[in-house]
Design a protein. Sequence first.
Length: 453
Amino acid sequence: MYKSNFLILKYALVSSAIAVMASGNAQEVWNADRCMEYAVEHNRTVRQRSYEVDNYKIDRMNAIGAFLPGISAGSNLQYSWGRSVDPETNTYNNISTFNNSYSLSASLTVFNGGNLINSLRKAKAAQLLGKAALEEERDNTAIETFQAYIDALYYFGTVKLAREKVAESDSLLRKTRRQEELGLKGLADVAQIEAQYATDDYTLTNQINLYESAMLTLKQKMNYPLDEVLLLDTAMLDMATIDLSLMPGDTSDEVFGAALDNNPTLLQAHYNREVSRFDMKQSWANVLPTISISAGLNSSYYKQLGVTGYADFWTQMENNFGQYVGMSISIPLFDGFSRVNSVRKAKNNFRIATEQYEAQKEELQKLVAQAVLDRNGFLKESIQMEKKVYSDSVAYRVTRRKFEEGLMTSLDVQTSASTLLESKVKLLQSKLSYILKCRLVDYYKGEEFIRNI
């Protein structure tokens, strides 16, 4: 009896964190959505994707700026001595002079085969591609965190079931020992129940280790400090009996139709194809002429040092003022097949991107069909397992009572108890899997994976 009490005390100490989680009084508990929000906020890859989106915004601004003229201003200040050229007589002399000139010029590309508009469209598609990549990384982080959260809840539930099994075995062991003292049971029965208790003792220890490992995985997915306590909301484990009327009516084709418009992975493949398409158009533009116009203003000031009689600064600036307007055209003739090969290569890249998009669409259709199938399957399994748990509970109570009355053997009790525990574990697994698949199917339908509850 003393040994049994000591073992119960040991498990109470080992699983103290689990007991605190169940009470929820010592610290604030974290539900699944809060864990996912924390994981997304602290995920370094998500941060990298956000910086990439900002770079795409900069590229788009540069593409918009290409439609505007390039304007530049310049000034030159020169002091010279010794032998130099006199700008007034264009002869050499040996004097000290001071020169100051100013210029303002502007240039604008009028036509370059549509390269400007295609660059802008490409930059816009690239920006949407970056946003889709960012959203994909956020969603993947949330899904992985939710899966880790479900795993942690599962092992929390198995620890709870294992502790209940240990308590049940301890109660039966005490009663069997008492019956052995009264001559109602033999030593073989006591030994068998002690063996069952030892098995349950090992199972509880194993489940506690698995739970702690699952919590470590969850913290790593969240990038949560490993040395801090994380208390999970266990409301999912108390989900009421599932009714068959809860079976969703949507089909995989309907879910897939919704996923075509909002799935970030597929959108990323779509915008990648668009970027390749505009690259192909730009390669065609490179074989066409380029027309540009330019205009400018200039003036200057000149003086020989130590010589008087020169006009003042503003008079010279007005007298030397000049302006110009020009137009240039560049026609590509031959560059060693570089432009032609660029067109062919861009066309192949577009075809590759198209194939990747179609492949991603097929993959998404498979994932949606599997998610819908799993959701409906786990719902049916949960309903059937609820019935089995009820039947196994009745069978165990009857078997134990008959064992206490001497009508059943200890082996019968052990078999019945193991069957009941296995049914409860399978019911727990099917219910949590059903919750996960429901969230995943809703995500494919266009709902946010992280929900603000």
